[in-house]
Design a binder for this molecule. Structure first.
Ligand code: P6P
Length: 342
């Protein structure tokens, strides 16, 4: 790679800011802080097997999930590093019940940061790729104490969203509304270098991703859909099944290769209450924004994820996302199906 082709994430963010002469640099500074936090987390994730931060803390998070030490560490890094320069008035972490006011910035910061510090953390101890997911909103309430409305905004209001995948290499993938761009961490210089400019996801899937171990808990309509992906539909060949069980890893592979990810609501015997698992604010919205910017689509089985009006911070939703043609096929099929919700 010649020097002229070496584009760091800092220079990419700076170039993006140049296109907005009115920008004061707060938004750019926020993105740079997120990238810096990602480098710190990556360093620890890659050493987790060598130092005593493997294993669980014995605590449970607001989701009732066992908190792994690295989860907690990643949460602390995001909470401390991002917004220290006053750009952020409020944060919300998937790990914490309540939002985190940012001391001294409640009255000045224009942005709200939501993040899942380490998604897929149950995979840490078996060395499977995991990830950080983030979403940036702009406050909607006037200067002063932040309000719940500043947090519970539809996904279409996001100013930026993205994820970091800690895998065979560490990648930072984000959108700020002008396409999706991927940066790979070069550990020798500690820089994220542009490696995937303008990511566009294939319109048709070649992969389907879902945990078929839950099939007995799906609605009949979802079971039928997965069978169609397995057997081939409309003259198309069967899709390959790929499922890692780490959302960022499944998402990233499908984004680049073309795929459809399904995490529908689960049902217990004799109980028609839909039980979705994935979180709207911390997982569905940011990934849906990245996906739509890359030409894909994300649905809750009835309509666009990005149009949902959030009711609560830790709200869960059924999630079907990936290649547009196949996700719209899922949505059309489920929207008209009788019986249980997606
Ligand atoms: P299941 C990890 O716990 C996670 O939140 C996502 O990263 C992943 O997509 C999903 O849950 C896996 O859930 O039920 O297949 O184990």
């Amino acid at each position: 790679m010649s020097d002229s082709n070496i584009i760091t994430i800092e220079s990419h963010i700076h170039a993006m800011q140049q296109e907005h002469p009115e920008a004061r640099g707060e938004f750019s500074g926020l993105l740079r802080d997120i990238a810096f936090a990602a480098k710190i987390i990556s360093h620890h994730v890659n050493r987790a097997g060598l130092i005593d931060i493997l294993g669980a803390t014995g605590e449970q998070n607001v989701q009732g999930e066992a908190v792994q030490k690295l989860d907690l560490y990643a949460h602390e890094v995001m909470a401390r590093v991002v917004g220290r320069r006053g750009q952020v008035c409020l944060m919300a972490s998937e790990e914490k019940e309540d939002p985190i006011p940012v001391e001294g910035s409640e009255l000045s910061g224009d942005y709200v940061l939501l993040f899942d510090p380490l998604d897929g953390s149950s995979n840490i101890d078996v060395n499977v790729s995991i990830g950080t997911i983030f979403s940036v909103l702009r406050r909607v309430s006037p200067r002063g104490p932040v309000k719940e409305a500043d947090l519970l905004q539809p996904g279409r209001s996001q100013h930026a969203a993205g994820y970091v995948i800690y895998g065979s290499s560490t990648m930072f993938v984000y959108t700020a509304g002008h396409g999706v761009h991927g940066f790979t961490l070069d550990p020798t210089v500690g820089e994220f270098l542009l490696s995937h400019e303008n990511i566009v996801t294939p319109k048709r899937a070649s992969i389907f991703s879902t945990n078929e171990g839950h099939a007995a808990s799906w609605s009949p309509a979802v079971r039928e859909l997965v069978e169609q992906f397995k057997s081939g539909r409309d003259g198309r060949p069967p899709l390959s099944s790929r499922y890692i069980g780490s959302l960022v890893s499944d998402f990233h592979r499908n984004l680049l290769k073309g795929g459809v990810f399904l995490y529908p609501s689960l049902y217990r015997d004799g109980d028609d209450t839909p039980r979705p698992k994935l979180r709207l604010m911390y997982e569905a919205n940011p990934l849906a924004y990245v996906l739509e910017q890359a030409g894909g689509y994300a649905s809750d089985g009835r309509g666009p994820i990005l149009d949902l009006q959030p009711r609560s911070l830790h709200q869960r939703v059924p999630l079907f996302l990936g290649s547009e043609e196949d996700v719209r096929f899922i949505e059309d099929s489920l929207r008209h199906s009788e019986g249980k919700a997606p």
